[in-house]
Design a protein around this ligand. Structure first.
Ligand code: ADP
Ligand code: MG
Length: 265
């Protein structure tokens, strides 16, 4: 049967081969993400979160199993997938506007129309009038907004977020979480977020996947209750059910630690 989810991992395993031999990073991962769904991956350091995102992005092929994007096997990097990382990787010598346009340049789709989209995204993300500035003139939160604009401008269907908020101060981080959720919801985009922050996972997601390690595997899937899911992340944290959800995630991660001897998540 054809898989109709936006993103699917089927019996996915990955072995890294290096000087010190081969190591199984993730084993037998099955995961389907529906169009418009927001899924978070949490788990101890080394459980394979970044490996899974890299496989989803087609950065390298899996050792076994498949990654499907809209039912089609992923064969390499594709403009359908956008990636946002902890570091913003803005080029210091380029203006904000030119940084936001870099994905378009790489894709060869820079044009008057697409540059108009750059300006619209800068405006949408609260950066209006800052296009002529340079990265060093902006705060960390603003720079991550530029990174988000750069990603959104290329109109990906799926967004992969690898701890994009973890270097930010708490209130800036929470503001940005709200901006990201609102933006993705409005456009019906699909997202997979990796985070160390359980409260962030609980506040932003429709579903949280708890991974265990040695090798990386799915331990548990926790569905976020509707009430929390439909609220924006700042409001979600204040809802009565939020603490219960947080405790559930916390207990599950502690169970990973006890069973698998640690990790520093
Ligand atoms: P996480 O993002 O959850 O911390 P990673 O996906 O980075 O986990 O790593 C999963 C496992 O794969 C770890 O044991 C890590 O040491 C190993 N690993 C990650 N990248 C490489 C690589 N390029 N070469 C060899 N081993 C790697
Ligand atoms: Mg990682």
């Amino acid at each position: 049967m054809k898989d109709t989810s936006a993103l699917a991992l089927q019996r996915l395993s990955h072995v890294y081969v290096g000087d010190k031999g081969a190591s199984l990073a993730v084993e037998d991962i099955d995961l389907s993400v529906a169009k418009g769904e927001f899924v978070s991956l949490v788990g101890p350091s080394g459980c394979g979160k970044t490996t899974l995102l890299s496989l989803m992005a087609g950065l390298f092929p899996p050792t076994a199993g498949k990654v499907l994007l809209g039912g089609e096997p992923v064969k390499g990097p594709t403009p359908k997938v956008g990636y946002m990382l902890q570091q913003d990787y803005l080029f210091p010598w380029r203006s904000i506007r030119d940084n936001a346009a870099i994905g378009l340049e790489i894709q060869g789709s820079k044009s008057k129309a697409s540059m108009k989209r750059v300006d619209e995204w800068l405006k949408e993300l609260g950066l209006e009038g800052l296009g002529g500035r340079f990265p060093h003139e902006l705060s960390g939160g603003m720079r991550q907004r530029v990174a988000l604009a750069r990603t959104m401008v290329t109109e990906p269907e799926v967004l992969l977020l690898d701890e994009p908020f973890s270097a930010l101060d708490l209130h800036i981080k929470m503001q940005l979480e709200d901006v990201v959720v609102e933006t993705l919801r409005k456009l019906g985009k699909t997202a997979v977020l990796v985070t160390h922050d359980l409260s962030e996972a609980a506040a932003m997601s429709d579903r949280v996947i708890v991974l265990g390690k040695n090798p990386g595997h799915i331990r548990k899937e926790i569905k976020v209750p509707d009430e929390i899911k439909s609220a924006d992340p700042i409001t979600a944290r204040k809802l009565p059910g939020f603490q219960v959800l947080f405790e559930e995630l916390w207990a599950e991660l502690n169970a990973v630690d006890r069973k698998e001897g640690g990790g520093d998540a």
